[in-house]
Write a protein that binds this ligand. Sequence first.
Ligand code: ADP
Length: 663
Amino acid sequence: MRRSRKPASACSGCEDAVTTRPFAAVLVANRGEIACRIVRTARARGMRTIAVYSEADRDALHVRLADEAHPIGPAPAAESYLVAERILAAARASGADCIHPGYGFLSERPDFAEACAAAGLVFVGPPALAIRAMGLKDAAKRLVEGAGVPVVPGYHGDRQEPDFLRERAGEIGYPVLIKAVAGGGGKGMRRVDAPADFAAALESARREAQGAFGDPRVLVEKYVLAPRHVEIQVFADRHGNAVSLFERDCSLQRRHQKVIEEAPAPGMPPEMRARMGRAATDAAKAVGYVGAGTVEFIADGRDGLRPDRFYFMEMNTRLQVEHPVTEAITGLDLVDLQFRVASGEPLPFGEGDLAIDGHAVEARLYAEDPANGFLPSTGRLWAFRPPSGDGVRVDTGVREGDAVTPFYDPMIAKVIAHGATRDEALDRLSAALGDTLVAGPRTNTAFLRALCDAPGFRAGAFDTGFIERTFGPAPKPDRDAGALAAAVLRLTGLDAGPSDASPWAAGDAFQLGDARTQIVPVTVDGVREAVRLSWDAEGRPAVDGLAAPAGVTLVAAPDGVFALAGGGQTHVALFDPFDVDLEHLDGGDVVKAPMHGKVVALFAGPGDRVAKGQRLAIVEAMKMEHQLLAPADGTVGAVLVEAGAQVAEGAKLITLVTEAADA
Ligand code: ADP
């Protein structure tokens, strides 16, 4: 056994004991893909792995993979994954000697890092002091500015009076960006183009920041035009070494959220890479950083990337979702390095020892519906076949048969492709997305693939506004006529070819005059329709005149068939028109919850007359508010919930007697 020793150089801000003893057991205070990914590396290091899980995650993959697992409470994260005491108790009970927080949840809570140290456990992350120093955007900016790191011109001070801030905005010059100092995930952020709009934007940014972070304070800075999001992965040890592991370009964003990330950044001049790397390590050193961290910069990309046009935005004091692209181009295992550094080892390399190998791209595969405002799409994964292939890596926390629940981030997987060149990496990613098969929740697969193949992105001519400019607000729905045809033929037993044994070959109530045509009632993505089955002279069946094309994958589920084509999904079920929906008997309508969530407001009561499109209620789900509108003119019958109630997807909230029924 190696002996513990003091670090070679003093480490300000390290509150726990420094040893170079390798860890024997880690508790992973997270779930999903990142928990699985950490377990894999810990196991390769010979460590015992301990998972924690909420009631919703009893059978989750991360629980299966770990050597042991401890329950920590109900499904909502606030009652389980965010409860430090439960996690510490599980760590004590299991004999862990360190805790890896992953990303999100408790990873950037300085109090948690301190509580770990107080409990005699090593927190696999930076010192609490460093987390705290970088926690608020304004203070972090002042601090790194003092260390000579370029920051976006702006006001990062304490004063918050609207008039004062508007004057600063005038000095900075429009457009400006108002940002919550406690911000994250793009919340509390408003672009303002003219002085007249400043007051209203400030008010709404403050309101959103108060709601999301309990802190309404903002800063005001120059809005960088043609912004490129370029971040530097840094690593620091307890011996005073800090190195840059090069950059990642995360400019492909939707509503300030990363969609596709890559390394290196296209068009990055070597001099700029060197300068950014130095700025990032300077920022890390300024706060006594230890471990893996990411320094995010924004670059003015109007004339391509230029060494004098990048500015510090913030530092994320944890492992980043997109760390695999850095692993791909450096050949390093960042989680392995985190364990080494946390146990007191010096970094095993210096900056000069590293080189960039090829190019890597990551796509975040989400259970969400692009045609419906990218709202999360929950439900069981009736099929999930992740891709494989040369240079392809998939990080996931789910398997076929698991459910995507409304409680957590609905990411299904990260698909990462590495190649010798950027084009090869993108070709591989595009092909991998084409091979990805998900049935059940809707996904952004087709959208990600279209992004990979978008000419502007391929040419490296993009910035953070690229997605919105290129794809508009709502891509088209998944519905595909060929997929529908294949599904109907499967459901009616006709996909095996003409057969007299098929019940559909016999005449029935839906038969039209022509014996070779039948009307079949179905639901397509939940909407009732009638499709027309017909047969050609050779007896080959078609649906609405279309034979089922090749390349449609059919997945059976208890309530119908999922037909998958081109990354999109069409759900088809046979439906019996005599099975009348009682809800619609009186001609009335029912307003249902679009997803699991909380009713935050009700705007109508029984007997109220409402107009089509009028707002009836707001349901908050996945941290977003969804307005529920009256589907038609009418009178409110019953209100079946109270404000504040938790509701399940599809729960009936309000009944409406519509005008048509009155007449
Ligand atoms: P958050 O912590 O809420 O994610 P960030 O400060 O990291 O906020 O910014 C998120 C994104 O907003 C960036 O990736 C970039 O696209 C955009 N952004 C931030 N600051 C600016 C700026 N000054 N000018 C233009 N775009 C910006």
